[in-house]
Design a protein around this ligand. Structure first.
Ligand code: BG6
Length: 454
C-alpha cells in the first residue's frame, strides 16, 4: 500500500460530542429530539467533548492516521446567522491540535444533518436561499481559522441524500408539504453552498483539498429485464452522476435537467448559480459505502421521480448476507463503486465511511469477540486493494465509520460500528467506559504493516 495511505475513523458531531448545551453551544435540530423506546436522545452521545484525549489515544494505538470530524455549526455559531462562539472554536482547535500531536491527520466536514434550530424555525433550513449565505458565512469562518492546520475538507455529508425523502429530515426542514419541487430546491441550494465553498477555498487556500461526498450504494437491477436495467441506470444518473458531475465537471446531468424542465418542477435555479457551479473542481471524490441495493422496476408506480425509485422498487438481494438491519454485505460492490468513480472522473477516490452495525453486549469482564466485524472490514479492504491494484483506481485512504461506538443515525446505541465498545445503552449512560473489542487488536495489527498483509 502507498506509504501515505490514510487509515482512519469517521464521525459526526452530534453522534460523538454530547455537551449539547454547554460552553455557549446553541441548539441544533437534534438537541430537541427526545428518546424513544428504541433510541436515545442526543444530549450526551459518547461524551467525546470531555474524553477526546482518551479517544485519540485509542485511535493512535490502533495505528489510525486520520480522523474525520465535523465542526458543529450550532457549537460555533449558535443561531446559525449571528455571533460566533469562541468557546466552540476553542474546542475544535484543541481537538485538532491533539490529533496533530499524535500524528493523526484531521479531515473536516462542515455539515452533517444538524441544522441550527433557529434557522430551521425561521427559514425551514436549506429550502431557503438565505440559509445558503448563512452556511457560507459559517464555512468561511471555519476555513479561515483552520486552513493552517487542516488540509482535507468536505462540505455536506452524503450530499445525495438531499435528493431523497431524507432531504426533509437532514436539511433542517421543519414544516411544509414536502413537495418534489422543494426537494430539488434543497438539493440545488446545498450544491450552491458547496460551490461557494469550492470557489473560496481554491481562490484563497490553493494548498487545501476539497472533496464532494455522496452516500454511494451500488444498485443492481433485480433481473436482466431491460426495465430493471433502465431503472438501475436512472438511479445511478440521478443519485450519483448528477452530483459528482457537478463537483468534478461543473454541471448537473443533462438527463436530470431535462427531467426538471419537462416535469415542470418549480425550483429556483438561477443563472448566476450555474455560473458558480460551472467553476467547481473537486480535488477528490469521497463517499460512504455500507451496502448495495436491488431495484425491481415492476414495483415502481408511474410518475415517480428516479431519485425515489428505491423507495418503491427496492428489494433484498437473495445472493448476499445482511446484518440484523437488512444492510447487505457486498465487498465486490465496494470495489465496483471505487473503480467506476475513478474511471469516470480520474480524480482520487476516498471512501470515508464503511462499516457494519452489530448488536453487542459487554458483560463487564470478557472481550467482545466481533469476528463478523473483522470479516466485514477484511473483505472490504481486500476489495479496495483489488480496485487499486487490479483495476487501477487511485485511492487516498480508507476511513471506517464510528470505530469507537456511537449512536446510529437514528440515535440507536444498539447498532454499534466500533472496534471499541462504549459502555452505555439507549437509556442508561452507565460509565461510558471505552473497552477495546477483538477487532481493535485486528486493526492494530494489520495497520502496523500498512494493510500490506491482507
Ligand atoms: C451514514 C451517516 O448515513 O451512515 C452516519 O453519515 C450514519 O451519520 C452511518 O451513522 C450509518 O448509518 P446508521 O443509520 O446505521 O447509523
Amino acid at each position: 500500500m502507498p506509504e501515505n495511505f490514510f487509515w482512519g475513523n469517521s464521525v459526526s458531531s452530534m453522534q460523538t460530542e454530547g455537551a449539547w448545551d454547554i460552553d455557549g453551544k446553541g441548539n441544533s435540530v437534534y438537541d430537541i429530539r427526545e428518546a424513544t423506546p428504541d433510541s436515545s436522545d442526543w444530549k450526551v452521545a459518547i461524551d467525546e467533548y470531555h474524553r477526546y484525549e482518551e479517544d485519540l489515544d485509542l485511535m493512535k494505538e490502533m495505528n489510525l492516521n486520520m480522523y474525520r470530524i465535523q465542526i458543529s455549526w450550532s457549537r460555533c455559531n449558535p443561531t446559525g446567522d449571528g455571533a460566533f462562539n469562541e468557546e466552540g472554536f476553542a474546542y475544535y482547535e484543541n481537538l485538532i491540535d491533539a490529533m496533530i500531536a499524535r500524528g493523526i491527520t484531521p479531515m473536516i466536514c462542515l455539515y452533517h444533518f444538524d441544522m441550527p434550530l433557529n434557522l430551521s424555525k425561521k427559514e425551514n433550513g436549506f429550502v431557503s436561499r438565505k440559509v445558503v449565505s448563512d452556511f457560507f458565512r459559517f464555512a468561511k469562518e471555519v476555513i479561515d481559522r483552520f486552513a493552517g492546520k487542516v488540509k482535507y475538507w468536505i462540505t455536506f455529508n452524503e450530499h445525495n441524500l438531499y435528493f431523497q425523502e431524507e432531504a426533509f429530515r437532514i436539511s433542517g426542514y421543519l414544516k411544509g408539504e414536502k413537495t418534489l419541487s422543494e426537494m430539488y430546491q434543497i438539493l440545488h441550494h446545498t450544491m450552491l453552498a458547496h460551490a461557494k465553498v469550492d470557489e473560496y477555498i481554491h481562490a484563497n487556500y490553493p494548498e487545501l483539498l476539497l472533496g464532494g461526498m455522496l452516500a454511494y450504494e451500488e444498485v443492481y437491477p433485480a433481473t436482466s429485464k431491460p426495465k430493471d436495467v433502465l431503472a438501475a441506470r436512472k438511479i445511478q444518473e440521478f443519485m450519483n452522476n448528477n452530483l459528482y458531475d457537478a463537483f468534478a465537471f461543473g454541471h448537473y446531468s443533462n438527463e436530470v435537467m431535462h427531467f426538471i424542465a419537462t416535469e415542470k418542477i418549480d425550483s429556483d435555479f438561477q443563472k448566476n448559480d450555474m455560473a458558480i457551479i460551472s467553476k467547481m473542481h473537486a480535488d477528490f471524490l469521497a463517499f460512504s459505502y455500507y451496502r448495495s441495493d436491488v431495484v425491481n422496476a415492476d414495483k415502481i408506480p408511474n410518475n415517480v421521480s428516479p431519485n425515489e425509485y428505491l423507495k418503491f422498487g427496492g428489494e433484498m438481494n437473495r445472493f448476499l448476507d445482511a446484518n440484523e438491519w437488512n444492510w447487505t454485505i457486498d465487498p465486490l460492490g465496494f470495489r465496483d463503486v471505487i473503480t467506476k468513480i475513478y474511471n469516470r472522473y480520474h480524480l482520487p477516490v476516498f471512501p470515508i465511511e464503511n462499516g457494519i452495525g452489530l448488536r453487542e453486549h459487554w458483560d463487564g469482564i470478557h472481550q467482545i469477540e466481533d469476528d463478523t466485524r473483522i470479516k466485514y472490514h477484511e473483505k472490504h479492504i481486500k476489495a479496495l486493494k483489488d480496485a487499486m491494484f487490479i483495476d487501477g483506481a487511485k485511492v487516498l485512504g480508507y476511513l471506517a465509520w464510528g470505530l469507537i461506538d456511537i449512536p446510529s443515525s437514528h440515535g440507536d446505541m444498539e447498532k454499534r460500528y466500533g472496534a471499541v465498545y462504549v459502555n452505555r445503552t439507549n437509556h442508561d449512560l452507565k460509565d461510558l467506559q471505552r473497552v477495546p473489542k477483538k477487532s481493535f487488536y485486528w486493526f492494530k495489527s494489520i495497520l502496523e504493516k500498512n494493510g500490506d498483509e491482507l
